[in-house]
Design a protein around this ligand. Sequence first.
Ligand code: SAH
Length: 229
Amino acid sequence: MRIDIISAVPALMESAFNHSILKRAIANNLVEINLINLRDYSINNKQKQIDDYAFGGGAGMVLMIEPIDKCISELKLKRTYDEIIYMSPDGELLNQNNCNRFSLMKNIIILCGHYKGVDERVRQHLITKEISIGDYVLSGGELAACVLSDSIIRLIPGVMNDETSALSDSFQDNLLAPPVYTRPAEYNTWKVPEILLSGHTENIEKWRHTESILRTKERRPGLFNSDKE
Ligand code: SAH
């Protein structure tokens, strides 16, 4: 899979892809991440302009359509894209279902907005999907793009050490994950549930499933009724 991320401040995202699971996935060629500086496509080479004031007035700058169009057009010359995603607080809410769907794709572009956002014509004509990571507003799309990329990449077969570990995470079955414990078995008189120390795999699996259901009922009852694709 290849993810091209277009941003006015690509350096903001470097660290996210340079550690732990994502770093290993890139090193093992399971995913290719291409951070693109929108300023390389600025309309004016000297000032590297990529944004301007909003028509009609008001505070805040708007990313212009021309640099974004130039950048996306250049990318599209080299490969076809399954999805061109704009990160936006009013987009479709990111959840495990759309993460699963994205993880099966071959090439995607993620566009990060900044300041007041992007010229609406970018959204109307150049973008195929808009994704929000939650009902709150960030100052730029970069952190949201990292969240989206991370949630997708960890689902690519081979990225996690034990493939089943991504599948047993919260939301995969519309259930929250059960509690987990590690050594010591007792700390400050706080004990690990006996069953987990029993070595009886089948009973442990049953216990985990029951705990998942209890936890989901208690914290996110709505998940039981949510659609599975
Ligand atoms: N004026 C816009 C917000 C702009 S915030 C509005 O009120 O809707 C600047 C940029 O941050 C956006 O263009 C978007 O790319 C990103 N962003 C902010 N919040 C986000 C969220 N919840 N999910 C995804 N991207 C977000």
